[in-house]
Design a protein around this ligand. Structure first.
Ligand code: NAP
Length: 260
C-alpha cells in the first residue's frame, strides 16, 4: 500500500481475507476511486483464489507485527473478513487495530440454520467431534479441512473420505481416503459422492454461506446424521456485519483518508 501511488485523500483499507466475502469486498472497494484496498492472505493454500486489487501473502508476526504493518502502510481501516474458524487472526485484528488506532470491522457470514428433517449433532469443538463420531457412523465424509485431519486419524472403527483443498504432509493410514477438491458444490454432486462411498455420517464446520451448503441438503435428503462443529467463541468485536455490501457501506461512512 504505497501512499505515493494514491491521491492524498484516498482511504487505505486492509482486508484480512481468505474467504469469498473478502474477495467480494475487495472487488467493490477496488472499483471506488476514493479507496485503495490491499487484501491479505495467510499463504496456507498452494494456489489461492486471488481477490482483485493489491494482494500481500503471509503472516504479520502476531498482533504487534500487524499493528506495525498498519502504521507503516498508513492504513485507515481494517476489515477482518477471515474465515469464522480463523480464531487467532480474529483476535489479532482487533488488538492490532486498537494499538494502531485504526477503525476495525468484522465481516463474518452467518452460520447455517438447521431445517426440518436435519439430524444435526452440534459439538463445541473438534475434540468433541472426534469423541462423538464413532457413535454416529462408520463411514464419514470429513470436510473440516486439512488442519484438523490429524485429530481424526486415531479414531478407530470409522472409514474416512477426507475432502481437502491441499493434501497434508506425509502418508495417511489405510482407513483414510483423500479427496482433493474445492467448492462450490452442487446437491446432485454431493448426493452422488455420498452414495458412491456409502457415507453414513457427515462431519463439518458451521462455515455458513452458499458455496459449501449442498452437502447439508444432501445429508438431509438421505437422512444422514451431521456432526456440526460449532464456531470458536468470538472475541469482543466493536462492529460486525454479514455481507460484503454492508462492509463497503461501513468503509464509505469513514472519514476521508488523511494526506500523508
Ligand atoms: P488462524 O489460525 O486464525 O491464523 C493463524 C495465523 O495465520 C495468524 O496468526 C496469522 O499469522 C496468519 N494469518 C491468518 N489469516 C491471515 C491473513 N488473512 N493474512 C495474513 N496472515 C494471516 O487462521 P487459519 O484458521 O489458519 O486460517 C488461515 C487463513 O485461511 C485465513 O485467512 C482464513 O480466512 C482462511 N481460511 C480458513 C479456514 C478455516 O477453516 N480455518 C477456512 C477457509 C479459509 P501471524 O500471527 O504471523 O500474523
Amino acid at each position: 500500500m504505497d501512499r505515493s501511488t494514491s491521491s492524498p485523500s484516498t482511504r487505505r483499507v486492509l482486508v484480512l481475507g481468505g474467504t469469498a466475502e473478502a474477495r467480494a469486498l475487495a472487488a467493490i472497494l477496488a472499483a471506488q476511486p476514493a479507496t485503495t484496498v490491499v487484501s491479505s492472505l495467510a499463504g496456507r493454500v498452494a494456489d489461492p483464489r486471488l481477490p482483485v486489487g493489491e494482494v500481500r501473502i503471509g503472516g504479520f508476526g502476531g498482533p504487534a507485527g500487524l499493528a506495525r504493518w498498519l502504521t507503516d502502510h498508513h492504513v485507515d481501516a481494517v476489515v477482518d473478513a477471515t474465515h469464522p474458524y480463523a480464531a487467532r487472526m480474529r483476535v489479532a485484528g482487533v488488538e492490532a487495530a486498537a494499538t494502531a488506532r485504526v477503525p476495525h470491522l468484522r465481516l463474518e457470514r452467518p452460520g447455517w440454520t438447521a431445517q426440518p428433517g436435519d439430524r444435526w449433532h452440534r459439538v463445541p469443538d473438534m475434540a468433541a467431534a472426534v469423541r462423538d463420531l464413532p457413535a454416529l457412523g462408520t463411514r464419514a465424509l470429513l470436510t473440516t479441512g486439512r488442519q484438523s485431519l490429524g485429530m481424526f486419524l486415531p479414531v478407530t472403527g470409522v472409514w474416512f473420505l477426507a475432502r481437502v483443498v491441499d493434501a497434508p504432509d506425509g502418508p495417511l493410514p489405510a482407513h483414510v481416503r483423500l479427496l482433493r477438491s474445492r467448492g462450490p458444490y452442487t446437491v446432485d454432486g454431493e448426493l452422488a459422492l455420498i452414495r458412491d462411498h456409502r457415507i453414513d455420517v457427515l462431519v463439518t464446520k458451521d462455515s455458513g454461506g452458499a458455496l459449501t451448503e449442498a452437502k447439508l441438503v444432501a445429508a438431509r435428503r438421505l437422512g444422514l446424521p451431521v456432526l456440526m462443529v460449532d464456531r470458536p467463541a468470538p472475541p469482543d468485536l466493536p462492529a460486525v456485519v454479514h455481507t460484503a455490501e454492508e462492509a463497503a457501506r461501513w468503509v464509505d461512512g469513514l472519514p476521508p483518508g488523511q494526506p500523508g
